[in-house]
Design a protein around this ligand. Sequence first.
Ligand SMILES: Nc1ncnc2c1ncn2[C@@H]1O[C@H](COP(=O)(O)OP(=O)(O)OP(=O)(O)O)[C@@H](O)[C@H]1O
Ligand SMILES: [Mg+2]
Length: 278
Amino acid sequence: MIQKRLHANRVLGGVDLTVRYRPERPPVLDGQTIDVPIGRVTMLIGPNGSGKSTLLKTLSRQIAAERGVVILDGRDIATLSAREVALSLGILFQENQAPHDLTVEELVCHGRYPHRRLFDPLTAEDRFAVEQALTLCGAGPLRDRPISQISSGQKQLAWIAMLLAQSPHYLFLDEPTTYLDLPHQFDVMNLVRHLNRELGCTIVITMHDLNLAARFGDHIVALHQGRIVAAGAPEEVLTTATLRTVFDIESRLFRDEQTGSLHCVPINRIPAAGGRPR
Ligand SMILES: Nc1ncnc2c1ncn2[C@@H]1O[C@H](COP(=O)(O)OP(=O)(O)OP(=O)(O)O)[C@@H](O)[C@H]1O
Ligand SMILES: [Mg+2]
């Protein structure tokens, strides 16, 4: 069953994280420290190649840091078993691949793997969690459809349903709204808000859409060339000065009266010295 997550003793953060993909190349993240606020939605923003996915994968132990430590609930994440990590964390990658003939329901059942022993049938509790996840994500009507035969937005919801069936305390979503039309972007982000506000999941999301980040994020972390250059509430991070540093863009920011959230209107790219585009 998917129960409300309790926050006592929960901690997630990284200290002095240095990550390198190739020994001959400079590190992609160099000595970065991040605190993930528990019970909140954190948005990682930054240009292509700035290190968002790398930071997400490091915090979720998909990649090991060369130096530094990720602390999950008071323990060094490197010392936890794969099952302990899977019971705590759910991850949606930027690109997800499922076997072509797998149905939506089979994918969601797969989310129960940390709770089960290999080859054991699903228990009543597993079934209940799967049904709840399908319902919450609106994926019930798709249950018998092969993953390969549904739309990108429907796939995204099916993958999130799988993570939900896993009942994690922490959800990591790498660009969950890319390629989605506006209604599906809102479906995913409203679901994120529900998982956070109603079920108490701590959620970390990488995102290019600054307006969605401002609307649905409680905390924003801005990355530039592998460095965290700003972290805080949307109004602290989304400033014209920070957007200049991070994205090389001139922008205008205003608060929408109805939603109360910040909106960013990008005006133009800042020309390089000499007047030519960078
Ligand atoms: N598997 C890899 N092997 C080598 N270098 C990598 C690998 N993955 C990422 N990089 C490099 O690490 C840097 C950060 O990449 P990362 O994928 O974390 O950026 P990102 O902010 O998520 O970008 P995007 O917005 O395009 O998804 C880039 O320079 C990238 O080329
Ligand atoms: Mg990425």
